[in-house]
Design a protein around this ligand. Structure first.
Ligand code: ADP
Length: 414
């Protein structure tokens, strides 16, 4: 998980570029996720993580591909809830791969990055945010229908910073308990969502009544309905009540997702009901910089080579080419398997490295390119060959495959 280079920009332009590429990285990395759902609570201990985990599993039980991202520094409990305390994410050399709980549920947690459970609490603010940024930009979730994000509790700086790092969230689920105090905290959560421009998907009233272990009826030991009344008053949807269910504690401690293992219980049914509206959130337009429809899927073991093209030939001016020719090649057979032409994206600083990385480019064969751009491609794991002559792209690639490509000077060094 090495940090990116140019951490120390020498000037404002460098800072802007860093911010731009970070934002673009975030957008492109999260662009393959159809829905991002934040789970918030006004304070700790109301069952936020329990609700986040069970909602994620309930969504997966509806046949969706789900990721769970645990950003709760104060008690990253998702690994415990899913019996993943000993699991660690792996890497494919380019990005971090989340832990697979099942084929359809992937998990990433701050807890996976700590030698001891309590270590995160002592991290300083900026360090925490760098970790979150890294999780958001470097974890490769693949294609997901839903990413459920368990937030740090409260409405302070930490959840605020995390919310600001997540582009295009569909909205937030707010978890509360029926007592007055926590309802007040929820009002703060709703205002928080308005502040960060995130819709409130709804309020879940957790620990609402007790399931009698004998007769299985729900007994209202505290007052109930506070969450529902407050939701109505604040004009946000109410997603339902989850009763206090002793089996939730037992299942959670054993790392068994409650909704799956105790699907017949009132509480599990309540979770399933709460996710119904979430399953019907309309899909947003996918990220504009998302992979193109006509680009074939890259097969394992093949290499993808990009050539900048202008007027049908390799363009000497990399940043100003008209289109890119992307070649999928078999390096053993030294054969071009497919060629796709894509219009070049807008000429914006820092965009091309992100755009080509998104399209799984391994190598660029170019005429000329500035030093800074070369560094940005190298950071993305893309090899750059400079000094190729302005020939037909196919010829250039064939020569490269046969080890016959002659590289001259950097034709255009800016
Ligand atoms: P938070 O994330 O808000 O700090 P947790 O999800 O860690 O809260 O839950 C706190 C404790 O409450 C855990 O022991 C959990 O098992 C328990 N809990 C949560 N929801 C329920 C419920 N509906 N019934 C019984 N226990 C619950």
């Amino acid at each position: 998980m090495g940090n990116k280079k140019n951490d120390k920009p020498e000037n404002k332009g460098g800072e802007n570029l860093k911010k731009f590429t970070e934002d673009a990285d975030l957008k492109s990395n999260l662009g393959r996720i159809k829905h991002k759902i934040m789970v918030l609570s006004g304070k700790g201990g109301v069952g936020k993580s329990t609700v986040a985990a069970n909602i994620a599993v309930a969504i997966a039980l509806e046949g969706k591909k789900v990721g769970i991202l645990d950003t709760d520094f104060h008690g990253p409990s998702i690994p415990t809830l899913l019996n993943l305390n000993d699991a660690r994410p792996t890497s494919d050399g380019k990005s971090i791969l989340p832990v697979n709980f099942t084929d359809d549920i992937k998990v990433m947690s701050i807890g996976f990055m700590l030698p001891n459970h309590d270590d995160a609490v002592i991290w300083r603010g900026p360090m925490k945010m760098n970790v979150i940024k890294q999780l958001l930009t470097e974890v490769n979730w693949g294609d997901l229908d839903y990413l459920v994000i368990d937030f740090p509790p409260g409405t302070g700086d930490e959840p605020l910073s995390v919310a600001q790092l997540i582009p295009g969230s569909d909205g937030a689920i707010i978890v509360t308990t029926p007592q007055d105090l926590s309802i007040n905290d929820v009002k703060k959560c709703i205002n928080f969502c308005r502040q960060v421009n995130v819709p409130v998907l709804g309020v879940v009233e957790n620990m609402s009544g007790l399931v009698c272990p004998h007769c299985k009826n729900v007994i209202d030991i505290f007052k109930k309905g506070g969450g529902e009344a407050m939701a109505a008053q604040m004009g946000v949807p109410f997603l339902g009540r989850i009763p206090i269910e002793p089996m939730i504690v037992e299942a959670s401690d054993a790392g068994k997702p409650f909704v799956y293992h105790y699907s017949k219980t009132e509480a599990a049914k309540a979770f399933s009901k709460a996710v119904e509206p979430i399953l019907h959130i309309p899909e947003r337009e996918t990220s504009k910089s998302g992979p193109d429809e006509n680009l074939p899927a890259k097969k394992d073991g093949n290499l993808r080579i990009a050539v900048p093209v202008a007027q049908g030939r390799l363009s000497a001016h990399f940043g100003h080419c008209e289109e890119f020719a992307l070649f999928d090649v078999d390096t053993e057979a030294k054969e071009i398997l497919a060629e796709t032409r894509l219009a070049a994206p807008p000429h914006e600083p820092g965009l091309l490295p992100v755009w080509l990385a998104e399209r799984q480019t391994d190598v660029i064969l170019a005429g000329g390119m500035g030093q800074r751009a070369q560094g940005l491609f190298t950071d993305k794991g893309i090899k750059v060959c400079i000094g190729a002559s302005a020939d037909e792209p196919q010829k250039v690639v064939t020569a490269y495959l046969n080890g016959e490509l002659i590289l001259g000077d950097n034709i255009c060094d800016h």
